[in-house]
Design a protein around this ligand. Structure first.
Ligand SMILES: *[C@@H]1O[C@H](CO)[C@@H](O)[C@H](O)[C@H]1NC(C)=O
Ligand SMILES: *[C@@H]1O[C@H](CO)[C@@H](O)[C@H](O)[C@H]1NC(C)=O
Ligand SMILES: *[C@@H]1O[C@H](CO)[C@@H](O)[C@H](O)[C@H]1NC(C)=O
Ligand SMILES: *[C@@H]1O[C@H](CO)[C@@H](O)[C@H](O)[C@H]1NC(C)=O
Ligand SMILES: *[C@@H]1O[C@H](CO)[C@@H](O)[C@H](O)[C@H]1NC(C)=O
Ligand SMILES: *[C@@H]1O[C@H](CO)[C@@H](O)[C@H](O)[C@H]1NC(C)=O
Length: 285
């Protein structure tokens, strides 16, 4: 479910990822890597079309779990998709999900970005998280958690988001989130800026930013490297690779690297010429 909303109203959630250092390029150093498998227990590849560094074997820098059906999981949460810098996680609205389960989303190689608003239930502390545009959404969640049968449950919904003035914040602050001392992790709303004027809200969605640990870029020569520092959870320094325009691939030297985007066209052309040859050869002479 996506909702459009005016960008001006989103100041609470608008934060800059100022910790991203300038883009640098690095040649791929030789290294020995265990294979990174993207097939699940059943032998099927994950439904999410994962690419390196994601996978299911210990050789994958970002190792995920999977269901029997071949869905990638982080904790008990379903991975919806991955991008060159984020992982979208489906957070189905659930009134009695233990609050502690959110801890699984803070890993060695990923953490929730500051552009999420986490919806919580039954917190000891409240946080100043008044998001006027999300009131409608909040009201829906609230009614979901109001028991028709009020005999034993008490619901008080609250939420956590980073403050608009904390421009250096890249991730949801784990310390402050856990200081709220909540009982339940209800769901999440994730913001994506489309352009200056609008942004979309991913409801029941939480985005993580991911990285590969290391001080050195291990990228393909046709990729740019984004280096990161001060990563949460003892992550230290990390990097991500991204193929330059005109190239396709995961960009990592230990992955598939980058290949020219036009090579597929050339292959089709080659097949086309071969076919033409066959046809001409088959013509009665
Ligand atoms: C995965 O790739 C297949 C084949 O290219 C495509 O049909 C499918 O929609 C993709 N799934 C996702 C989640 O991107
Ligand atoms: C995968 O499952 C193992 C065993 O339950 C657990 O220790 C690990 O944290 C899980 N990894 C992820 C990414 O959820
Ligand atoms: C209310 O909840 C109690 C305890 O769970 C249950 O025994 C009772 O049948 C419920 N009443 C209704 C009207 O659902
Ligand atoms: C519900 O909350 C109110 C006010 O916080 C409290 O007084 C009451 O004891 C709670 N009831 C239950 C069943 O927890
Ligand atoms: C998280 O919040 C705590 C408590 O307010 C603060 O001390 C800490 O510096 C914050 N961490 C980051 C990475 O902003
Ligand atoms: C975005 O903002 C810049 C500077 O404020 C402006 O030049 C540009 O036209 C805007 N783009 C859109 C799509 O509004």
């Amino acid at each position: 479910m996506y909702l459009m909303m005016p960008r001006a109203a989103l100041s609470v959630l608008l934060l800059l990822a100022s910790m991203v250092l300038p883009i640098v390029t690095a040649a791929a150093p030789e290294a020995i890597h265990l294979p990174c498998s993207r097939t699940c227990g059943t032998g099927m590849p994950a439904k999410q079309n994962l690419t390196y560094p994601f996978g299911f074997s210990p050789g994958c820098p970002i190792q995920l779990n999977c269901t029997e059906d071949g869905d990638a999981l982080i904790g008990d949460f379903l991975v919806q998709s991955t991008s060159p810098d984020t992982v979208a996680i489906a957070i189905e609205a659930k009134c009695d999900r233990p609050f502690g389960s959110i801890d699984h989303l803070y890993g060695r190689n990923y953490a929730p970005t500051a552009k999420n608003c986490v919806l919580l239930n039954n917190c000891a502390q409240t946080s100043p998280c008044d998001l006027p545009n999300t009131q409608v959404i909040q009201a829906q969640f609230q009614s979901l958690c109001e028991p028709s049968n009020k005999t034993h449950t008490n619901t008080s919904m609250s939420c956590y988001a980073e403050q608009a003035n904390s421009y250096s914040t890249m991730f949801l602050n784990h310390t402050r989130l856990f200081a709220l001392d909540c009982k339940h992790f209800l769901s999440s709303i994730s913001l994506v800026e489309q352009n200056n004027v609008s942004a979309s809200l991913g409801v029941q969605l939480l985005r993580l930013e991911w990285w590969v640990n290391g001080n050195e870029c291990e990228c393909s020569q046709d990729a740019d490297c984004v280096q990161l520092s001060g990563l949460p959870n003892g992550g230290g320094n990390g990097f991500r690779c991204k193929c330059r325009d005109g190239f396709l691939g995961d960009g990592f030297s230990a992955g598939t690297g980058c290949r020219t985007a036009s090579c597929r066209c050339r292959r089709w052309l080659a097949i086309g010429w071969a076919r033409l040859g066959e046809l001409t050869g088959a013509l009665p002479g």
